[in-house]
Write a protein that binds this ligand. Sequence first.
Ligand SMILES: [Zn+2]
Ligand SMILES: [Zn+2]
Length: 344
Amino acid sequence: MKALILQQYMHLEIADVPAPSISAPDDVLIRIKASAICGSDVHGIDGSTGRRIPPIIMGHEAAGVVASVGPGVKNVAVGDRVTFDSTIWCGECFFCRRGEVNLCDDRRVLGVSCNEYRRDGTFAEYVVVPERIIYKLPESVSFEEAALTEPVSVAMHAFRITNMRPGENAAVVGSGLIGLLLIQILRSYSPHRIIAFDTEPRRRAAALTAGADVALDPADPASQKKVLEMTEGRGVDRAFEVVGASAPIVTAISATRKGGSVTLVGNISPKAEFPLQAVVTREITLRGSCAIAGEYPASLDLMASHAINVASVISAVAPLEEGPLWFERLYTREPGLLKVVLVP
Ligand SMILES: [Zn+2]
Ligand SMILES: [Zn+2]
């Protein structure tokens, strides 16, 4: 089969490799129809993350058609249009048995090779995954859109564990891909106000299009006053931080009312400083949100009903052969580029 392979750091190429085959009874062979490039793939190609050790077929956000199934597969059949979790969880450990599959002790992300494991991913014509991580696609969701079910579900997980109540206000700090999806999800559940923050004007404009009531520049001293004006002088009930660095974490905490909560989704830096006394004395809850634990069906529902519009964050759909070019454009941070979907 044709595959896009990271042969060595900073060097991707298209090659012919043997297609994967079914080995376990619950294995499903999927013909990939669309596979989106994730920020973690882009960061991974230079070796800085240690999670894309070459050679590796990357890719973990995809959709396709079932091509064949193992003898133990019950719920999907050849010809089904499907997507799947980015992570293969074991289903047996303490966390999996509690339904916290994102915290599985033996989780393996597709398209990742690190010191602990190696698992080829979806920038190829075929991939094999176990039945338990597969979800059927609603008819109205295209393969290209379905390739984004994974990032939608990352945003959905953060939303779900935040337990927002009707009428609450929310702030979203960072209007990149996950931030924009989160704003769309929040909008579909009608919170009282959605306040977006981003340092880049272009991203603030995208946040307004996604459904934010206002998009503020965190570097502008007047922003804090605006938040208070919009929240009866209190600050927002719930903040989401989707960057993962000290400055945006401070922005999120400063925007939050006493007794409110900040859900931390971004994690680009391993450590961050935050105003300890503000968190303690204002009794703010900080909560981490990692990956996905069962949010795929809810995400697919919102996508099928067009309550959220994932096409709005797809910058380009291109053939797999153009993969090296698109990785280059993403790696050099071409302005305005959000999601790129490759079609093998
Ligand atoms: Zn990803
Ligand atoms: Zn597990």
